[in-house]
Design a protein around this ligand. Structure first.
Ligand SMILES: C[S@@+](CC[C@H](N)C(=O)[O-])C[C@H]1O[C@@H](n2cnc3c(N)ncnc32)[C@H](O)[C@@H]1O
Length: 262
C-alpha cells in the first residue's frame, strides 16, 4: 500500500465514523449523561476531525490508546506526578468539572479523590470518548459524563475546574475560548487548574523529540511554548495566578483562583 492509499483508507474510515455517528446519535451526536444520548449535541470541532481523528475519534485509535501505560509513556513517566499536582488543588467534597476525557484512569482516580460527597462532571465533545469514559466511571456514583464542547460549557458553576492536557490540543483561537469559558465557571474563591505542556529549558534532552512529535502529530501544542496561559484570559485581573513548571520545564501547572471570598 502506498502513502496515497493509506490516506484514502483513513479518509474512508473517517467518513464511516461520521456516518455511523450520525446514525447512532442523530446528526452531530447527542447530549449524554451517564452514557444516555439524546438530540441537541455539539458538532465535532474541525481541528478534532482533521488533526486528531486517529487519536480520539477512530475506534481503532481509542482501543489502542485508551490505556494507563500509554498516558504514562506519552508523559515520560510523569503521569503520577502531574496527576497528583492537579489533585493537590482539589478537595474532597468539591464539585469539579473535568472539561475533556483523558486516556487511562484519570477520571475514576479524580472521582475517588473527590470522595462520595464530591461530584465530578466530565465533558467531552466526542461521542466515542463519552462512551469510553462512561464505562470507566459507571461504578462511581459521584462521577458523570456528558457530551459537551468545553469552549461552550453552559452556565453551571463549579467549585473547581481541572483541565488536564486539553489546551495543547486546541488551535490558539480555541485555547483562548476554552480558557475564558472555563474561568467563567468558577465563583469567587473557585480555582481553575491547568496542567499541560510548557516550553522546556533549551538544553532539555527531550526538547528535540518533543518538538518532532508536536510537528508531526500535535501541531497546536507549540502554542503552549509560545504563550502563557494567563495571557489567554480576557479578565486576567479577576484571578490570582500561580505557575509551577515540572520535569525541566516540559510541563506546567497553572492555577487561577478567582478573587473574592469563597
Ligand atoms: C484531554 S485531551 C488529551 C489528553 C491526553 N493527551 C490523553 O492522553 O488523554 C483529549 C480529549 O479532548 C477531547 N476534546 C477535544 N476538544 C474538545 C472540546 N472542545 N471540548 C470537549 N472535549 C474536547 C477529545 O475528544 C479527547 O477525548
Amino acid at each position: 500500500m502506498t502513502m496515497g492509499d493509506e490516506g484514502v483508507v483513513l479518509e474512508l474510515e473517517r467518513k464511516r465514523y461520521f456516518d455511523a455517528t450520525a446514525e447512532t446519535f442523530g446528526g452531530g451526536g447527542g447530549d449524554a449523561i451517564g452514557g444516555r444520548l439524546s438530540q441537541g449535541s455539539p458538532p465535532i470541532p474541525d481541528y478534532l476531525r482533521d488533526t486528531y481523528y486517529w487519536a480520539y475519534l477512530s475506534p481503532l485509535g481509542v482501543a489502542l490508546l485508551d490505556h494507563p501505560i500509554v498516558v504514562w509513556t506519552i508523559l515520560w513517566g510523569n503521569y503520577p506526578r502531574l496527576r497528583d499536582a492537579a489533585f493537590a488543588e482539589l478537595e474532597a467534597g468539591q464539585k469539579v468539572l473535568q472539561p475533556a476525557c483523558v486516556y487511562g484512569n484519570f477520571s475514576p482516580q479524580l472521582a475517588r479523590h473527590l470522595g462520595p460527597q464530591g461530584t465530578l462532571e466530565v465533558f467531552d465533545v466526542a461521542p466515542i470518548q463519552v462512551a469510553s469514559c462512561e464505562r470507566k466511571i459507571r461504578d462511581i456514583p459521584q462521577a458523570r459524563i456528558r457530551l459537551a464542547d468545553s469552549t461552550r460549557p453552559g452556565t453551571e458553576v463549579f467549585d473547581a475546574v481541572c483541565c488536564f492536557f486539553l489546551l495543547h490540543e486546541l488551535p490558539d483561537k480555541y485555547k483562548r475560548r476554552a480558557v475564558n469559558a472555563l474561568l467563567g465557571r468558577v465563583p469567587p474563591g473557585g480555582k481553575v487548574v491547568f496542567v499541560d505542556y510548557h516550553r522546556p529549558h533549551p538544553a532539555h534532552p527531550l526538547k528535540p523529540v518533543t518538538g518532532f512529535v508536536f510537528r508531526h502529530l500535535e501541531p497546536f501544542a507549540f502554542g503552549m511554548w509560545d504563550q502563557e496561559i494567563a495571557d489567554l484570559a480576557d479578565n486576567v485581573g479577576d484571578f490570582e495566578w500561580s505557575k509551577e513548571t515540572l520535569f525541566g520545564g516540559l510541563f506546567q501547572k497553572v492555577v487561577a483562583r478567582r478573587r473574592g471570598a469563597a
